[in-house]
Write a protein that binds this ligand. Sequence first.
Ligand code: PRP
Ligand code: URA
Length: 213
Amino acid sequence: MKNYDNVVIFNHPLIRHKIAILRDEKTSMKEFRELVEEITTLMTYESLKDGVATTEIQVKTPLEVCAQQVVKDDSVAIVPILRAGLGMVNGVHVLFPLAKVGHIGMYRNEETLEPCEYYCKLPDGIEDKLVLLVDPMLATGGSACDAIDLLKKRGCKQIKFMAIIGAPEGVSKVAEAHPDVDIYVSTLDRCLNENGYILPGLGDAGDRLFGTK
Ligand code: PRP
Ligand code: URA
């Protein structure tokens, strides 16, 4: 895959370790859900290194008063792509407990692999926030591209997208369609199979999170 200025692939050993367990077909639904949350928290820490609004406060230490920067907690909004993105929300809330949550419902047509939007509810004022769009799987990139289009139509100007596993095809598609969006992927997998599943991947993230298969 080409290098893109707006793409960060983490490849962090601690995240790689957790992804290895996530991939295992024997990993239970409970452990899968916990791992998705933990990986998301680690990703959030790094992804929000730049761009988060801070404000100055005065803090009195036992020795003197000093100016300190604190994060404006409500300046971030989380937007999961349903369903599987829901599994990442708590992982962001650990760091940003006051972040409001918008929901974008998309499912992939199993034959065409085209995304179909079925739900969208975003918090008022989202256009002035840093929007963290989350979905564990970035396969063809269709769902992420459409979700970003939708956010932009709603006036969002600062968007970051986090996916746990990405396929090269999908990462390239989103990076090229939305060069102004920062894309964070924990690990880049090999390719997609003929059904649009990521290889080696972890199967269907939504089914594994919610026990639907
Ligand atoms: C999965 C996944 C992404 C999408 C990725 O959702 O959670 O949203 O596929 O594929 P793409 O990059 O090719 O668009 P799915 O459509 O299976 O819906 P679900 O989360 O409700 O299971
Ligand atoms: N969606 C998933 O949940 N898994 C894949 O491998 C591709 C899309």
